[in-house]
Design a protein around this ligand. Structure first.
Ligand code: ZN
Length: 123
């Protein structure tokens, strides 16, 4: 990171145009589901995969996995598990106003802060 900063001309960000989309949903965020059978439901982000733009939300987008018995005498079972969903299918819930919102970015010093587009509060 330091080397990239040093190489970039002053005033530009060391981000390539290809990575224009930056995932701004993180672990432990509360999100609202916008698509699929769980549309309208909310849940907490358990895992975030920024490389794939995917998140796993607690209790949402569950799929049944049919598990074979591992040992003899053991029964096979159906395990319901959350499946990762694309971040475009969820919206962040603002911690301040509680509404699903788009996220803006504010730069404070060398840090980027996420701000709610609706109420302007830091998130
Ligand atoms: Zn807000």
């Amino acid at each position: 990171m330091l080397a990239a900063n040093a190489a970039a001309p002053k005033g530009t960000l060391p981000i390539s145009p290809a990575s224009e989309f930056i995932m701004n949903i993180k672990k432990n965020d509360n999100v609202k589901m916008l698509s699929g059978k769980d549309r309208g439901k909310t849940g907490k982000v358990l895992f975030a995969f920024p490389d794939e733009d995917k998140v796993v939300v607690e209790g949402l987008n569950k799929v049944a996995r049919h598990q074979r018995p591992k040992k003899q005498g053991q029964k096979g079972q159906i395990v319901r598990k959350e499946r990762a969903i694309n971040v475009s299918g969820v919206m962040l819930l603002c911690k301040s106003c509680g509404k699903p919102t788009r996220i803006g970015q504010k730069v404070a010093g060398d840090k980027k802060i996420r701000v709610c587009k609706k109420c302007g509060a830091d998130n």
